[in-house]
Design a protein. Sequence first.
Length: 332
Amino acid sequence: MVGNIVIANRILAEPMATQSFDEDGVPTGKTMEIYMNYASSGVGIAITEHHAVHPWGRNRINQPRLYDKESASYLLQVTDLFRRKHIPVIAQLNFAGSMTADEELLQAKHFEYVSPSGKHSPRDVIAVSPRALTKAEIDIIIESFANAAYRAVNFAGYDGVQIHCAHGYLLGQFLSPMTNRRNDTYGGILRNRARMLYDVVSEVRKAIPGKLLSVRLGMVDQMPGEPTKGLTVDDTARVAKGLAALGVNWIGLSGNHSGFGADRNDDCPYFAQPAEVVHEAIDGEILIDYAGGVRSKKTALDLLEKNVCEIVGIGRLFSRDPNFISKWREAD
Ligand SMILES: Cc1cc2nc3c(=O)[nH]c(=O)nc-3n(C[C@H](O)[C@H](O)[C@H](O)COP(=O)(O)O)c2cc1C
């Protein structure tokens, strides 16, 4: 049971950017094919790729968006694929901040290249320096997350939303001391660096009462084996507790400025160690989904048995072997 929704199993389809939408945010044939595969996979619950909540928050030109009613309504055809298979589906909401990937966006109308304090993130690909957000702009972004959540549920047919605070995007940039050097109430101590996330979550909760609300939390700024820097796992455990108190239904755990482990193709749950620390600290207050390096049924079951998470998230295996869930079932 997640929120008030019963899920058929503990496998979750993690958000995966498809780069398949057109420049107006309309799903193409390729989009429909990809999401049809997800909807037919037998997964317990799905999160679709990151959707831009504001024109300034786009990561790519061909990204789905939820910043106006019309764009939201295009997404009905995607959610309908899941609805027909009785699979709950939520939209991931994102504001890219300095992690914009398409240089072309810098020339686009209605676009500003921004970050918490005008600093680049370690994984940025754009050479131009981002501009620091003003307090008034922070308020606008918080409101845009809430409005996007409302549209996701009321115009696009989603069962809820996930707030993207991982992989070094804007909310993860606020959380990490590596990229947040603000000296107002949104910077400095952890409570202040988490304020933007908490404000977003509180407003989104109000916008979609009773609907599913998840946060994807980047736990650390380095990959396992690298020297510790920036955000610590203890910081993340405290933030996770704060989120539990705000009515979030579950937290997805991944990396922050480390990224998600793009070069890890082996069957090895590389973020399991920090995830276990967070899971233990929150002591059952909120459900956890873990993702990163799960390629086999054995690894998935180990994570559940070792109490790393309640739900196992899968990313790349869906594109490599869309039928893996039925194969895992057959192996029972
Ligand atoms: C092509 C690609 C696109 C991705 N897009 C997103 C995304 O939109 N949002 C997100 O939170 N994570 C995204 N991820 C990260 C995945 O959700 C997942 O965390 C990562 O692939 C690790 O899990 P895996 O080892 O099961 O693939 C993406 C990963 C890949 C490879």
